[in-house]
Design a protein around this ligand. Sequence first.
Ligand code: GLV
Length: 327
Amino acid sequence: MRKAKVVVTRNIPRRALEMLQERTEVFVWESDEEIIPRDVLLREVRDAAAIFTNVADQIDREVFDAAPHLRVVATMAVGFDNIDIAEATRRGIPVGHTPGVLSETTADLTFSLLMATARRIPEADRYVREGRWKSWSPMLLTGQDIYGATIGIIGMGRIGEAVARRAKGFDMNILYHNRSRKPEAEEALGAQYRPLDELLAESDYVVLMAPATKETNKLIGERELSLMKPDAIFINASRGTNVDEAALYQALKRKQIWAAGLDVFETEPIGADHPLLTLDNVVVAPHIGSASIATRTRMAQMTAENILRGLAGEKLLHTVNAVVYEK
Ligand code: GLV
């Protein structure tokens, strides 16, 4: 019997690929940088039973329509806003993702971005490299303190809590906003719940960790930015669509807030001519929250495992739309 076909939309760590190749016929879009062209994706899924995807692909109704034999979709990510989950559910197709394994790594990146922005590390690096360093100087590249400051975390899920644990190590005062209260985080970390507007007004660091949903779309816009302190630092390591980027640009340009550290953008990738990149008070990264070698390897293996389970008719390790099992 012909083996089930899996479409892997990007180069993935070897062990994960081998896991799939042992049991399935694999098509891989072998690129580290270029996303799979739409026509190739639509062509390759025609006889596919599974798709191994990532945050850069749009797995929408057109893709589901093109793939009549599809039995499982698994994304090498915790976020799944790039996949039409309702459409998958309607067709009884489980969608797998990789929560948990990337929380600590993503919190590390989030905190690195916070520290790099507060202490102006990229600007300092450019300053030295460009030969501009003339002498030690009392106010040269002075930034904001991290220890003892107030951090406000919007979205207190697994990653938000991991950020809070790091903040506790820096003796920060921890505020959070979330759909539901988190009594364990309040108990263990001393985190205090705040309505959004109060969190924005009180925080020295506003850290956005919420998933992209209808409710969080442009959650931070002109009004929200206007509530922040003039020396506030805004960090986004969640999804770019959670922020009104044009409003953020204006707030940063006018120094209405002090700085921003951004790992994600409204439309990715951004070009080198993006307006935010004209500002010195912006530190950017190309959506690398979970990008440690160990974590990306684990995520790829978990995604492969989700696919193999789905093809075997078993429950995935982590299913976004578990309701499909009730049918
Ligand atoms: C990355 O953005 C993820 O959702 O894992």
